[in-house]
Design a protein around this ligand. Sequence first.
Ligand SMILES: *[C@@H]1O[C@H](CO)[C@@H](O)[C@H](O)[C@H]1NC(C)=O
Ligand SMILES: *[C@@H]1O[C@H](CO)[C@@H](O)[C@H](O)[C@H]1NC(C)=O
Ligand SMILES: *[C@@H]1O[C@H](CO)[C@@H](O)[C@H](O)[C@H]1NC(C)=O
Length: 542
Amino acid sequence: MRSFTLLLPLVFLSISSVSAVPSPIDAQAVFQRPFSGFSSNSFKDAASHFLSDAKNAILKGKANMERWYHDGKEYIKQDNLLYELVSHPSFSEHQLRVTEPTLCDSSVKQYSGYLDVAEDKHLFFWFFESRSSPKDAPLVLWLNGGPGCSSSTGLLFELGPCNIANDGKNTTHNPYSWNSHANIIFLDQPVNVGYSYADDGTTVNSSPVAGKDVYAFLELFLNRFPEYSTQPFHIAAESYGGTYAPNFASVIYKANKELQLAPTPKLKHINLASVVLANGLTDPYVQMGSVPDYVCDGPYPVYDDPEGPQCAALRTKVPTCQRLIKSCYQFNSRLTCVPAVLYCNTQLFGPLMQTGLNPYDVRRKCDRAKDGDLCYVQMKWIETWMNDPKNKVALGVNPDRTFASCNMDVNQAFTMNGDGMHNSALLLPELVNDGVRLLVYAGNADMMCNYMGNERWIGQLETKFSKEFSAAKAVPWVTTETGRTAGEVRSAGGDGFTAGNVTFVNIYEAGHMVPYDQPEAALDLITRWILNIPLSLNGTKA
Ligand SMILES: *[C@@H]1O[C@H](CO)[C@@H](O)[C@H](O)[C@H]1NC(C)=O
Ligand SMILES: *[C@@H]1O[C@H](CO)[C@@H](O)[C@H](O)[C@H]1NC(C)=O
Ligand SMILES: *[C@@H]1O[C@H](CO)[C@@H](O)[C@H](O)[C@H]1NC(C)=O
């Protein structure tokens, strides 16, 4: 497989058919530049150097890994960092290490640190309280995709309380942060993504397996911070998150059902209210089939002539791609799923990569020499900021750990397992029919997970709402604050009095990362969705 260099799994792809050697972002170099004077050993002291005097006073004299109790809480010193230790009798394999940073948005309460899984897997999280009435605010878990990309890219580039700025030297306040009306968790998963790590080189390459750790994380977090457990919980995920989120939501849903049958006071019911899929990859059969339609007949055509040779050539690739995906759906094995990833990615996306366009936003060119393989220079800025030892220590991260916005090894592990070719949409009807709401939205300039394919698969989803959704016309979505028509919405359920049970939103003038391109509109959308307020005044009845 080494010679196969075109890894185009959804979203963050290293487009190596174009640039011969995949050059996963040069995090090491970014990291070493400003601090090349330090030896690895002196990093052992770096942590205490950046800690507050108070924390240093507590840590002084304690042996590394020492644990102690104070005020009914357990603490641990590790890598010269101080954490509160949170454990749970039902999860003997798991513990949380928690610290309280003040970076990014010092006006709200924050927690960050690690979920430790069985001594060898460690998942990094960063939580921000809502800017308004946190006690009444819903809880949102945000996940970026890749697979292999850190949720800190969503945090610092898209929808978090601060935006990366100034080559990564600094961040700026984001007035459109999704914590405006929500408590929000950013989780780096699976292991080896972002600040998350494994001690023994463990990798995770399947969404169902990753889901077990996410569930344990939520239980530990909500048992330690029960104040965030009473309001509705939403799982929102972008891109490859369209595969993760239905899997994770399904794990949570099933655990809730088991709890209903055999209640145990130690485990919390997680108020799973909705699944939000943002420019996701969920039903690859339908979505891959939409690629030529989007590219040739979409709002931002990549080729001038929809009947021309490029479009004709692209269309001829669809039947084989779909046949391979169908066999992955049927036989569900690596043997059937990997060929589907490889064929569809190279044959459908390969030619499009040669156009020099940004596949995440076809309105723009991608200058890979300048902006990196991911087409956004901010991905490098984020690495600069996240690799600053000061910021690491503030977040409870060992300063020796190197951060990459997207980990291409994780990406490859999922690709070579064929994970992304499964039909994750199949997991959703059971949830939707039992009251879990579903929002699928897509920026209309994204080519990787285009809006047409997303609208098609949600339209084919067999739920109680199928008929109503099929009959629902697209109506304008006008943002509350500016009165601008930001897109259009199709929705079923709620008779126009809610944001709907099954809702699709096409977002105008936005690429793959909608909150980056349309921050005000994205906040309007997520706020109305989690508060369950109609997205359109037209109602939803045809
Ligand atoms: C970062 O931003 C803060 C607040 O805007 C400012 O005070 C500080 O000088 C900036 N630092 C750098 C390195 O630009
Ligand atoms: C639709 O969503 C509402 C919340 O807006 C929920 O109460 C209701 O149970 C859902 N409908 C069905 C049929 O699941
Ligand atoms: C939605 O409402 C607007 C304003 O009232 C109206 O102009 C438009 O025709 C309506 N669209 C549909 C599809 O009902």
